[in-house]
Ligand binder design. Structure first.
Ligand SMILES: *[C@@H]1O[C@H](CO)[C@@H](O)[C@H](O)[C@H]1NC(C)=O
Ligand SMILES: *[C@@H]1O[C@H](CO)[C@@H](O)[C@H](O)[C@H]1NC(C)=O
Length: 367
């Protein structure tokens, strides 16, 4: 007897091999797990969680991965730039198959504006009209929902949420993301599609921290930071100076609930990302590929500007240079291209789907 939750547990069991840990913010002196994990060995550090298997596994994906797409009931578009580019890239990618029997995963597509009722009907129709849903109760299915979907009392929507792999845009509203199963798309900053500048030397930086501020988030903290000459705060209107400022800063501060679209650009320019958030987060893009805990920092806002500055100043030069190298190397995988390139954001999201293809199919399936 299969229950609604069975496939997700099976999937989780397999994904435990990846031994993912949540990324915890540094709030107090006791919560320093993220600062102590960096190795002190010499030589360039790897930004990857599994450097020895990643590239071979990626090649296997390039050659073997097959995705079957259900037809949408109506045509639709995604307003979000990353979701839109992911979707159009997938539709013209070599990963699609017309033959559901050779598919590893099934793509359920629907408009981001679809009501819960229509979504419930759509899943119910898949369940009744195709044999694939019942085999895993949706665990070998995935969907794109930029905002993520919420819990629902409807059995169909609940199965989709709990069992199928959700692809949404980073950051995702808490509750709309299931760690280890769901995936986020790296943010797409339309003005930064091409990043070619190499990071300059860290010693040339003028500011400890640079913040591109939306004028709303964490007012108190920002007021404190503004009074400190080590920090540079740029509001939207000053974004003309953006690239120069980023290059001149050691750390780039991002509010998790604010504007994160420039994170990848900052990393590419050699600015180490510092995400300011008061709770652990598990929805960073490429969470099961990149060693986020070593290439960036998570700092709690509640510690105030003083604590933030302490955390940044506590990073040794040696550690900083490792973080910077890793952040810059990692940024290549977070960049979107109009025409997907090897190992770019599109392919790495596909790779994360590939990592999630091992599900147990219940009936009528010979391997
Ligand atoms: C899938 O299972 C449901 C019962 O949960 C059943 O009503 C439906 O007909 C099954 N679908 C197929 C295609 O057999
Ligand atoms: C950066 O540092 C390297 C040595 O570490 C040096 O050769 C190079 O000239 C420096 N570049 C700049 C722009 O200062």
């Amino acid at each position: 007897m299969a229950t609604i939750t069975a496939p997700i547990f099976l999937l989780l069991h397999l994904l435990l091999l990846l031994s993912l840990r949540p990324f915890l913010p540094i709030a107090t002196a006791t919560a320093t797990t993220t600062t102590t994990t960096a190795t002190t060995s010499s030589g360039p550090q790897s930004p990857y969680l599994s450097p020895t298997t990643l590239f071979q596994n990626y090649q296997n994906m390039r050659t073997n991965f097959m995705i079957f797409i259900y037809n949408p009931s109506k045509s639709f578009t995604f307003q979000n730039p990353a979701a839109s580019l992911f979707y159009s890239s997938l539709l013209k990618s070599p990963f699609l198959t017309q033959d559901p029997n050779e598919a590893h995963l099934f793509f359920v597509r629907f408009s981001p504006d679809m009501s819960k009722r229509s979504l419930a009907r759509l899943v119910r129709d898949l369940r009744i009209n195709h044999p694939y849903w019942n085999r895993t109760l949706g665990a070998d299915h995935f969907f794109v929902s930029p905002a993520g979907i919420d819990y629902s009392s409807d059995r169909n929507v609940l199965e989709l949420k709990k069992n199928s792999v959700q692809i949404s845009v980073f950051p995702v509203t808490s509750g709309n993301f299931i760690p280890h199963k769901d995936i986020t798309l790296p943010p797409l900053n339309p003005s930064a599609l091409v990043i070619s500048a190499a990071p300059e030397n860290a010693s040339t930086t003028t500011f400890l921290g640079y913040l591109k501020w939306d004028g709303k988030t964490e007012l108190n903290l920002v007021e404190e930071l503004k009074k400190d000459g080590d920090f540079l705060i740029a509001t939207e209107r000053e974004s003309l100076y953006h690239v120069g400022n980023v290059k001149n800063s050691k750390f780039c501060l991002l509010f998790y609930s604010g504007d994160v679209a420039w994170m990848v650009e900052a990393m590419a320019l050699g600015c180490v990302p510092v995400v300011i958030v008061d709770r652990p987060i598990q929805d960073l893009p490429l969470m099961d590929v990149l060693r986020w805990s070593d290439l960036g920092l998570l700092v709690a806002a509640r510690g105030g500007a003083k604590r933030l500055k302490e955390v940044l100043n506590d990073v040794s030069e040696e550690k900083y240079s490792g973080m910077r190298g890793m952040a810059s190397a990692a940024s290549k995988h977070l960049v979107w291209n109009e025409e997907p390139q090897p190992l770019d954001a599109f392919h790495m999201v596909i790779y994360q789907l590939w990592l999630r293809r091992h599900t147990i199919r219940y009936a009528r399936r010979e391997y």
